[in-house]
Write a protein that binds this ligand. Structure first.
Ligand code: AMP
Ligand code: ZN
Ligand code: FE
Ligand code: FE
Length: 273
């Protein structure tokens, strides 16, 4: 029997629009058998996640997604972490530091937008966030101000590289993100490899200790699933996958979970139990 598994989604603790408890309810409705929350640079959703999962008898795990920075493809690398010990020495402190750097970046983005004559203030951005700040919160603030109609429009007009609001990511290097997760006993995987670059860049991540890549992904075509599945096999990487669900009004709000064949689910469920 194929299994519906979610290994990649976001809550209000980063740039999602549902609480962890709301994600749990929706996962149950969507037929998900295992739900993993992977907020950007935050594990604060864990308490709500585990409490709701107990009430609804759903299997859940706490993961993480760390957006990286650096030369070339590094600023498009997002590292997913699974199975780490959230209480490992220094782990939560590093995440706090990453979130502080995101605040600095968001303030700079606001300055760039103000220089364009948009009457946005940092408080508009911060007030829409629960914990981790990101460009989606700037996008939401622009939406509330009536400047754009969607997160997508805000990214395309202002927030992506080359657009006037853009500020470089201030995240860790991919090697630092991988080491942080592994040092806490976790498994480090590359999210949505289609944004991260070519095979030689994947090799570099592999040398830095990468253990898995997203093969099944809501945005992947069947041929991308084949290509990344072959990469995973060739390098001995775990083939993980998820939807990258962010919730209503984010443009990333389709059904939670991804259909895994028995062949795909077996190794993943074994490693992530
Ligand atoms: P940041 O972490 O601040 O660099 O923002 C990147 C995050 O914004 C990604 O992890 C996605 O969650 C989200 N994102 C990127 N592009 C888009 C888009 N076109 N529409 C909506 N959300 C996006
Ligand atoms: Zn996100
Ligand atoms: Fe991502
Ligand atoms: Fe994500």
């Amino acid at each position: 029997m194929p299994k519906r598994v979610e290994l990649h989604c976001h809550s209000i603790f980063s740039d999602g629009t549902l609480t962890p408890a709301e994600l749990v309810s929706r996962a149950v409705k969507n037929g998900v058998e295992l739900l993993t929350l992977t907020d950007h640079d935050s594990i604060s959703g864990g308490t709500d996640l585990f409490a709701a999962a107990k009430a609804e008898s759903l299997a859940v795990r706490l993961g993480i997604e760390i957006n990286c920075a650096g030369e070339g493809a590094a600023d498009r690398v997002h590292i997913l972490g699974y199975g780490f010990n959230p209480a490992a020495p220094g782990f939560a402190e590093r995440l706090t530091e990453f979130r502080e750097r995101r605040t600095v970046r968001s303030k700079r983005i606001v300055e760039n937008l103000r220089a364009l004559g948009i009457a946005i203030e940092f408080e508009h951005v911060r007030s829409g966030a629960h914990e981790t700040l990101g460009r989606p919160h700037v996008a939401d603030a622009l939406k509330r101000l009536g400047v754009v109609k969607s997160r997508k429009e805000a990214f395309e007009r202002f927030l992506i590289k080359g657009k006037p609001g853009y500020v470089e990511s201030m995240g860790p290097s991919p090697a630092e993100a991988i080491a942080l997760i592994r040092d806490a006993g976790g498994i480090a995987c590359l999210a949505h490899p289609q944004t991260a670059g070519k095979e030689n860049e994947l090799d570099e991540l592999h040398r830095a200790g990468l253990q898995g890549i997203e093969v099944l992904y809501s945005g992947h075509t069947p041929s991308q699933v084949r290509v990344y599945g072959d990469w995973a096999k060739a390098k001995g990487l775990l083939a993980v996958g998820g939807s990258d669900f962010h919730g209503p009004n984010t443009g990333r709000e389709e059904r939670l979970g991804i259909e895994y064949s028995d062949d795909a689910a077996g190794p993943v469920l074994e490693r992530l139990q």
